[in-house]
Write a protein that binds this ligand. Sequence first.
Ligand code: SF4
Ligand code: SF4
Length: 377
Amino acid sequence: MNLKPFISFSEYSLAELDEWKNKGGKVAGVYCIYAPNELIRAAGIAPVSLCGKKQAPIKDAERELPASLCPLIKSSYGYAITDSCPFFSFSDIIIAETTCDGKKKMYELMETIKPLHLMQLPHTQNGEAPLRYWMSGLHELEKFLVEYSGIKVTEEALHNEIILQNKIRKELYELMILSADRRSPLTAREMLAVQESKSFSISPETYLKQLQTLRSELHEYLARPELESKKGLRILLTGCPVGKGSEKAITVTEELGAHVVCMENCSGLKGLTLPVEENGDPYEAIARRYLQVPCSCMTPNPGRLESIKELVETFEVDAVMDLTWLGCHTYNAESTSLRNFIEDEMSLPFLHIETDYSESDIEQLRTRIEAFVELAE
Ligand code: SF4
Ligand code: SF4
């Protein structure tokens, strides 16, 4: 199986970006899955994820931001002020969103570095008023995008992007189900790379083809009669986004012989089962779909529990691990209701881990996860 385009996604993406920029293409840096890919692409702009996942830039960020902020914010901001992330350098504009308080305040500082548009996201999904508000925000975003690209957004372009992004979501979801087969040779870190690549692919058509190829190769591989099922606890990982550089909990879990078979977070499957309606007004369809993303910045946030329930059943999960970054108040606070739901209503073992990007607590993490795995098996 050819996993190289996924494992080495940064290098592939940077080469694609270079080519794109040489042809005069514009790039938008994004920090959240509420950023509507379909609209950004229909304006002729390539979105790329700028979420910091490494510890290195945090010390620079802490010169301006409180140390108590979550590492994702500090890492992202550290990269921005030191201009040490090539993806940030390639970005002409930043698409920001009013999700958590820390990010909102980071964006106020960041807008002095690059042109930035702040999408005003409602904090509830209930009722028509938040939807109308969010839709008007999408039109504001469109104005900003068109100003930078000079490319008018047409309904046809939007429609084509909706169909393409829906296909990618479906393909990725089905591939992840297949990857979680008990006989699958793919590791959790490989599955993470496949999922994370989505936010870095400059050509979504190429990414879709890569997913289709991998799924058919894996399908063929799994048809071998001699394959045996892997033993070990099957874990669903939820909580804050993780990625290349911040995957220590996944690494430790796999080293202990358990398997992270499903990642419900934003670097994983969050929102993948929510397609954009392909008929009707594309703006309203995009607004409706993105507003349903079940992030802890929403209140109430029942969609997260519903999604986890569905994923637990689909991926035949034995236990749930909730990983939250230190300083992420919304996910940390939501962990209590999630625990109640998982333990009381789903009768599954539950572990909440609160950590940061440093390696300082790695042995402590190992001890906690080891005890959890032993008890849950
Ligand atoms: S966790 Fe929430 S704020 Fe963070 S990327 Fe996901 S949707 Fe956006
Ligand atoms: S992990 Fe939490 S605190 Fe950090 S950026 Fe995401 S929502 Fe905000």
